[in-house]
Ligand binder design. Structure first.
Ligand code: PMP
Length: 292
């Protein structure tokens, strides 16, 4: 399948306060963000033209930058109206939304105190998988070699570009072995998350999920916990060791991109997507499309 490269698409991108043609949204090769990882981003979805939990994403975007020691030169309100404008101008109502901020070219060494902070917002079509029965087949996960790092060693709660290095390596290794994604442990050997999504397990009708103390506490994860509570499903946030994996009945991953995606296999362990996964898959799908 050939996919149109992301730098050759039609439409507009919001860049540093202005709407520019897609092809013109460029940066120089000597940009600090590219060389030293001084960049943060967001991943959001609009359903029928409205971004789910948009403000929360804009707040996290600014906070991710703050954790990297820079200030995004646009307020939450300005980011909100920029996102809405890009969606409107691109004329597609169901899209993925990608804000990104990076340190510019004024300084090109470890220190970048005077580098200008640039911000861009792009949108593109990324249909969510509607077929519930197909989703209920579950995806297959590998066990990643890399672990989520100790929060004493990285800004673990920032959605920082640099932290995705181990995610891309892990996902590539998993895909080469025929898996859809990989489950990562954390620096202490506890179950953590996938390369771009959080993870939940079900046992005896209740949900169990790792404490988000060294990885992103996903907005979808928080939504799933609220929805589970509304449906009378108990949720336990706790330390989960990989030795426990054979004891769970069900597993699913969740994130803005993945939404709620059941899992049938993690390395040697098997799961059967069932009632808990189905309930949350359907509840999440309804929640994101609920008119507001
Ligand atoms: N963990 C990682 C590493 C991610 O990239 C994502 C996707 N942003 C998530 C978790 C889930 O976050 P959210 O639900 O806010 O999309």
């Amino acid at each position: 399948m050939s996919v149109l490269p992301f730098d050759q698409r039609d439409g507009v991108i919001w860049m540093d306060g202005k709407i520019v043609p897609w092809a013109d949204a460029k940066l120089h090769v000597l940009s600090h963000g590219l060389h030293y990882g001084g960049a943060v981003f967001e991943g959001e979805r609009a359903y029928n033209g409205v971004i789910f939990k948009s403000r929360q994403h804009s707040e996290r975007f600014r906070q991710s930058a703050d954790l990297l020691g820079f200030d995004i030169p646009f307020s939450v309100d300005e980011i909100e109206s920029a996102k809405a404008e890009v969606i409107r101008r691109n004329g597609v109502a169901d899209v993925y939304v990608r804000p990104v901020a990076w340190r510019g070219s004024e300084m090109m060494a470890v220190a970048a105190q005077n580098a200008t902070i640039h911000v861009a917002i792009a949108t593109w079509e990324w249909p969510s998988m509607f077929d519930v029965e197909q989703k209920m087949q579950g995806i297959r996960l590998d066990m990643a070699d890399y672990r989520r790092p100790d929060p004493m060693t990285v800004p673990a709660h920032s959605k920082a570009a640099g932290l995705y290095m181990i995610c891309t390596i892990s996902k590539h290794r998993a895909e080469r072995k025929g898996y859809a994604d990989a489950l990562m442990l954390d620096w202490q050997g506890r179950v953590a998350e996938c390369t771009g999504a959080n993870v939940f397990f079900a046992k005896g009708g209740a949900l169990h999920t790792p404490i988000a103390d060294c990885f992103l506490n996903g907005i979808t994860r928080q939504t799933v916990i609220e929805l589970a509570e509304q449906h009378g499903i108990a949720v336990s946030e706790r330390r989960i060791m990989p030795e426990e994996l054979p004891d769970f009945d069900e597993c699913f991953i969740c994130g803005t991109g993945a939404e709620v995606t059941p899992v049938s296999e993690i390395g040697p362990y098997r799961f059967t997507p069932g009632d808990v996964s189905r309930t949350l898959l359907e509840a999440y799908s309804a929640e994101v499309r609920r008119p507001r």
